[in-house]
Write a protein that binds this ligand. Structure first.
Ligand code: ATP
Length: 459
């Protein structure tokens, strides 16, 4: 692990090179929002593709959906979010700044495991805990994290709707549709990637805790007899997926959540934590949610959400296993794992050691000099030739970039900082002997290669 790395270095690289910007920056930003720039979009897109491939396309038991963000508000009553999707809020009585009471207690060295709102209130008062600004704190109270808006032209309580705080419910409400249209046998799952919104009391740590984020979730329906097999299978799949996107297995930790800290409906939860520059924190979760959700929606909607097992002639409500990934936290894990400072040729450099499968570009093509037309023409010809063959090499043409700005040294630095695994330079030897100089991002080593061998190299 690269011990020196702090979050500020990553934030600064993200802005400098166009991965992630502050949301609405020219207006001073909007707390808890970030905008992904071109290179951030390229990584994110690739992560989503790899996730979808592993969890949907490569399996025969998964159904993809893309549900609406706005849902009938009764959904959130049945799911328990209207009643209980809240965090413990506490206010600095002087500055009026708001904090998460559990976070303040944890930073003061107390464990909040299994503690109720009242317990936390008492702990803060008994231990005379002050706000980070040193002021007195008010009482701990519940704060519902769902964003509210109105549907239609009239603003009233009757037409209040919520921005979904998770993608999961969009799958539960489509359970019957999938059964009626595709008649799947258990076990089967539904998968969805999409935006979720939470009015976090204190968004912080860059894209780790934001108010608008993207989730990749699965609801996997099983017969309650033998749910353990599917649960363990997902545990392994999750680890393999994190390996696919280049995370470090030594920084990934599985945390078995004790019964007193689990949601009341969950019989087993494993959180996957990662060593971020801000410490060890939740990256994704895996929960066995029993039949809680389908039962709650069947009760709330008065629609039968049971399943008929033809073999045993049995009708029951399937149980559910939910792997839930946060894409923005995965991005932070990727960037902080890849971010490296090393010395090359006596100079310190920043290099993003991204897995080639998720690097924004696979290869950058340069002419040695930009003011020699024979070199720029040749470099552009090679670049275009590789782009034309990109799909046969299994990559998008956008993964092959051309760059002739500034000096060759600066181009190498730039490509190192954005994680391009290979740079290819066209020089006078290319014109005469058909060779190019190929430079490896991680070692800085350069070697000569025949133009016709480049395809194999990229593959
Ligand atoms: P935390 O305890 O850190 O607030 P959580 O347990 O509430 O997270 P879940 O409800 O399990 O999170 O959501 C599933 C996943 O969605 C999380 O593992 C995380 O990757 C992501 N996620 C949740 N809240 C946020 C957020 N505010 N910003 C970015 N990602 C988030």
């Amino acid at each position: 692990m690269n011990e020196k790395i702090n979050l500020e270095d990553i934030i600064s690289l993200c802005k400098r090179r166009g991965f992630i910007y502050q949301g609405s920056e020219i207006y001073g930003g909007l707390s808890g929002t970030f905008d992904y720039g071109p290179l951030g979009v390229m990584i994110k897109d690739q992560v989503k593709k790899l996730w979808w491939k592993r969890f949907v396309d490569d399996r025969s038991d998964m159904y993809g959906v893309d549900a609406a963000i706005l849902m009938n508000p009764k959904t959130w009553v049945s799911s328990g979010h209207v009643g209980g999707f809240s965090d413990p809020l506490i206010e600095d009585l002087k500055t009026k700044k708001r904090y998460r009471a559990d976070h303040l207690l944890e930073s003061a060295g107390f464990s909040v495991s299994g503690k109720t709102l009242e317990d936390m209130d008492k702990m803060i008062k008994d231990n005379k805990i002050k706000s980070p600004d040193g002021n007195d704190l008010g009482d701990v109270r519940q704060f519902n994290m769902m964003f509210k808006t109105n549907i239609g032209a009239i603003e009233s309580d009757e037409n209040t709707v919520y921005l979904r705080p998770e993608t999961a419910q969009g799958m539960f409400v489509n359970f019957k549709n999938i059964q009626d249209t595709f008649h799947p046998r258990l076990p089967f799952g539904m998968a969805q990637i999409g935006k979720a919104f939470r009015n976090e009391i204190a968004p912080r740590d860059f894209v780790f805790r934001v108010r608008e984020f993207e989730q990749m979730e699965i609801e996997y329906f099983v017969d309650p007899k033998g749910w353990e097999v599917s649960f363990e299978n997902f545990q392994n799949e999750i680890k393999s997926f994190f390996n696919d996107i280049g995370l470090d297995k030594d920084r990934l930790h599985e945390l078995e959540i004790p019964a007193e800290d689990r949601a009341h409906y969950s019989s087993r939860t494993v959180d996957f934590e990662y060593d971020f520059p801000i410490g060890r924190k939740e990256l994704c979760g895996l929960a066995y949610r029993t039949d809680f959700d389908l039962k709650a929606h069947a009760d709330g909607s008065k629609v039968d959400l049971s399943y008929f097992d033809e073999e045993n002639k049995e009708r029951f409500i399937p149980h559910c296993i939910e792997p839930s990934f946060g894409l923005d936290r995965a991005m932070l894990a990727i960037l902080s794992t890849a971010y490296t400072v090393d010395t090359l040729g006596g100079e310190e450099r920043v290099v993003l050691k991204l897995a080639p499968s998720i690097a924004p570009y696979r290869i950058a093509v340069f002419p040695l000099l930009k003011n020699k037309q024979e070199l720029t023409d040749k470099a552009k010809e090679i670049w275009q030739g590789l782009r034309n063959k990109a799909s046969s090499m299994g990559i998008s043409p956008a993964k092959i970039v051309y760059d002739e700005t500034q000096s060759i040294g600066k181009r190498y630095r730039r490509q190192d900082e954005i994680g391009t695994p290979i740079c290819l330079t066209v020089d006078f030897d290319t014109l005469e002997k058909g060779t190019v100089t190929v430079r490896d991002r991680d070692t800085g080593e350069q070697r000569l290669m025949k133009v016709e061998d480049l395809e194999d190299l990229i593959r």
